[in-house]
Design a protein around this ligand. Structure first.
Ligand SMILES: CC(C)(COP(=O)(O)OP(=O)(O)OC[C@H]1O[C@@H](n2cnc3c(N)ncnc32)[C@H](O)[C@@H]1OP(=O)(O)O)[C@@H](O)C(=O)NCCC(=O)NCCS
Length: 170
């Protein structure tokens, strides 16, 4: 497939974002609960996504339609950022998330000062996300047992990483 493009979010993206943010199936492996109102999502966009150091809209090839998000969040260590990605269900299974993560890995090290490592923590029961991380060139480092408190359960998480010095997949 053609490559996706990434850009900063704008408040006017709220309706496009609602397509995935309100979907319980999308939210299942994410930290947040599905959004029930446009106003709550608008507040998230204004207060969290816009001021975030690296939170990008994923735009479909051709149409430019906003179909998802990819982010690299700061951690306690400045050299390390945590990757997140999410896509509206209508666009699953077409390589869009993989293309977005590859694009993110090409851009983010030049845009975030001091960043050397991007890591992704993926639930052991989320094989689609594990596959995205692998296809995008992240290295599987192992399983962190009961590492993450997720919606009432301590979850085993696969740790993936990509270093600034790693080769980008072709
Ligand atoms: C995970 C997610 C981002 C994948 O997006 P996508 O655009 O469909 O991903 P891609 O098409 O690039 O790749 C998906 C891969 O997973 C595979 N896959 C999908 N479901 C699978 C399953 N149940 N078991 C094994 N592999 C699966 C696909 O076959 C594909 O691999 P392939 O190209 O080798 O065939 C999307 O499903 C999503 O937004 N999920 C909800 C949010 C989420 O889980 N985010 C990640 C949190 S760490």
């Amino acid at each position: 497939m053609a490559e996706v493009t990434l850009r900063r979010f704008e408040l006017s993206d709220v309706d496009a974002m609602m397509a995935w943010a309100s979907d319980p199936q999308v939210a299942a492996f994410c930290r947040w609960e599905p959004y029930e109102s446009r106003e709550a999502l608008l507040a998230f966009l204004r207060d969290t996504a816009l001021p975030h150091p690296w939170f990008r809209a994923v735009c479909a090839p051709g149409s430019g339609e906003v179909v998802g998000a990819v982010s690299v969040a700061p951690t306690a260590e400045r050299c390390r950022g945590e990757l997140g990605y999410v896509l509206a269900r209508a666009h699953w299974g077409k390589g869009v998330a993989t293309s977005a993560v590859r694009r993110a890995l090409r851009d983010v090290f030049a845009e975030v000062e001091g960043l050397r490592r991007v890591e992704a923590l993926v639930d052991v029961d989320n094989p689609a996300s594990q596959r995205v991380a692998e296809k995008a060139g992240l290295r599987r480092e192992g399983v962190l047992r009961r590492h993450y408190w997720h919606k009432g359960h301590a979850r085993d998480m696969v740790m993936y990483s990509f270093l600034a010095s790693d080769p980008l997949p072709g």
